[in-house]
Design a binder for this molecule. Structure first.
Ligand code: TEU
Length: 553
């Protein structure tokens, strides 16, 4: 790979780690996680090897949607610390080589944001057009995000006798992005956080950044994202935009800006995430191969954020109804584990019954699929959910640091915590950072090793993917390379049975020897004919394709 190709696009092989300051670590003993606690935890994150922290919203908020209801874009929720604490955290992370990106939630504000407080009071308010008002609700309700919790995306405002639009909860009025004054506000917000040292933004709910459905003044969200990208690039040479676009691949291409780019730098791959679950439930690699084939090609370098879980429900909306039922039946058999008819309120480890082989297989896939891995806090130790917590909070319980009280998250009384910890087999007595740090055979050490390998294998983030043809349907085999020769071959056995894969000849693979990147051994390739490679049940291999005279870097 030439340096010129790599440029400054650091996010192409970053390791992202998403966390909520509120539930990560309490530094002042009041029961709530804070920036002081987070800053003190940086050594841990450095040891794990993550290179970029994505902070979920930490801004002042009425907290009716876990902080995604913002009442001041320029501040810090006082429960989490001061603006100074946040700035100090961003600086300290950077000095340890870890970048920070922050959630940019500008589809809506809280109804307690001063803009909305004024906008709803009078039709003549200068903030009225910051939001979307109609005399009559439109019939088009296809953007309903919380079926069962909200009946409509329109809410009546009795004082000024109009409806306002809210794609999410009724306390989250949608901003009117067709209004240039709103766009200027957003530019100021972005510029402000860049000045404080963040390296980019996770843009919330990108497809919703439209005006009211069917309205004549519907904004072109692409124009907005293009402008935002240009602006961000002018202000910072390194800042990136990672978009949450939970849509099928062809529509995602548009949010990269089409073939030529110019919009988002990176997007989460919801299609691939759903495919990984379907494939592992079926023990069949086909869905993963199909998902990778359907990824759109671009001439500009863009990045795909791969993930297994995030802070929301595991949304299976891109699967067909039958496929979704298959995943539901296998991973969320109980009705209380499901939500909105599309998602699962569980973390990965309990879904896989804590089976270490399946967990390792899943993370091996996450770190070797083409793109950049995004971890959600606690995944590295196999944390579980707390089904006692309401809705999506189930997967947002406090980080488990030690086996002691409150899992070492906070010395406060348990009733002061933002949510109670997981109990039972996934509780802190059994699943915690301290024990796993001391145990070389733990999931923590395994993920740490994967991260280290990922970081020294730039092909995974940068390379082109080739799907290897073979006759074992339960095994997913792919090659990542940036040049014609060499690269990495990964094999994943998605089944509970041992498997044998017949690999193409050395000439076809483009190397002489396969060097195991996770264990010390080599597999010579046959020059002219197939080489059989054996995999354990749920086994996997990362193999460097070593050309003649080549060596591990
Ligand atoms: O989510 C927005 C979003 O589009 C998805 O969560 C959506 O609900 C799902 O893909 C099904 O379509 C973001 C945040 O991740 C979430 O926590 C917030 O509640 C939401 O925005 C509102 O800000």
């Amino acid at each position: 790979m030439r340096i010129a190709d790599v440029g400054d696009l650091w996010w192409r092989n970053a390791v992202f780690y998403c966390l909520d300051v509120e539930t990560f670590r309490d530094g002042n003993g009041d029961g709530v996680g804070d920036f002081t606690g987070l800053t003190e935890s940086l050594g841990y994150l450095e040891q794990l090897g993550v290179t970029c922290i994505w902070l979920m919203p930490f801004y002042p908020t009425p907290d009716r949607d876990d902080g995604y209801d913002i009442s001041d874009f320029y501040g810090v929720d006082p429960r989490l610390g001061t603006l100074g604490d946040a700035a100090e955290f961003i600086r300290t992370a950077r000095s340890r080589g870890i970048r920070v990106i922050v959630d940019l939630v500008v589809n809506h504000t809280s109804d307690k944001h001063p803009w909305f407080v004024q906008a709803r009071r009078s039709r003549n308010s200068k903030f009225r057009d910051y939001y979307i008002w109609r005399d009559r609700p439109t019939r088009n309700q296809k953007n309903m995000v919380f079926p069962g919790e909200e009946q409509s995306i329109w809410e009546w405002e009795p004082k000024t006798e109009q409806y306002y639009m809210h794609s999410f909860y009724r306390h989250q009025p949608d901003l009117n992005l067709t209004n240039s004054a709103v766009r200027e506000e957003i530019a100021k917000i972005v510029a402000y956080w860049l000045t404080l040292g963040v390296a980019g933004f996770r843009i919330d709910a990108v497809p919703f950044l439209l005006a009211a459905p069917g309205s004549p003044d519907a904004a072109d969200p692409h124009e907005f994202i293009r402008d935002l990208k240009r602006f961000v690039r002018r202000r910072s040479s390194e800042a990136m935009l990672l978009g949450e676009v939970a849509l099928p691949h062809p529509e995602q291409l548009e949010y990269f800006g089409g073939q030529d780019g110019g919009e988002l730098d990176a997007q989460f791959d919801f299609t691939l995430m759903d495919a990984v679950y379907l494939a592992s439930v079926r023990g069949d690699a086909t869905p993963i191969a199909d998902a990778l084939r359907s990824r759109p090609k671009t001439s500009e370098p863009v990045a795909w954020g791969n993930f297994l879980r995030n802070h929301d429900e595991l949304t299976l909306q891109l699967l067909t109804d039958e496929e979704r039922e298959e995943v539901f039946d296998a991973l969320a058999p109980e009705p209380y584990q499901r939500i909105y008819g599309r998602g699962i309120l569980r973390r990965l480890a309990p879904m896989l019954n804590g089976d270490p082989r399946r967990l390792r297989l899943a993370y091996s896939l996450l770190f070797s699929l083409p793109g950049v891995p995004v971890l959600y806090y606690g995944e590295e130790i196999g944390m579980g959910e707390n089904p006692e917590l309401p809705g999506r909070s189930a997967v947002r319980s406090p980080m488990q640091w030690t086996p002691e009280r409150n899992g070492g998250f906070s010395p406060a009384r348990p009733s002061q915590l933002p949510g109670s910890l997981t109990t039972g087999g996934f509780g802190p007595e059994y699943v915690n950072v301290r024990n796993q740090q001391m145990d070389e055979g733990s999931l923590f050490h395994f993920i740490r090793a994967l991260i280290a390998r990922y970081r020294t294998t730039p092909e995974i983030g940068w390379g082109d993917v080739e799907l290897v043809e073979h006759d074992t349907p339960g095994v997913f085999a792919h090659i990542l390379r940036t040049d014609h020769e060499g690269g990495m071959l990964a094999l994943h056995n998605l089944t509970a049975e041992p498997a044998t894969v017949s690999l193409p000849s050395a000439a076809d693979i483009g190397g002489e020897v396969l060097t195991d990147l996770l264990h010390p051994r080599e597999i010579p390739l046959q020059a002219e004919r197939a080489t059989d490679v054996h995999l354990d049940p749920y086994g996997f291999l990362w193999l460097q394709i070593t050309p003649p005279g080549g060596a591990i870097v």
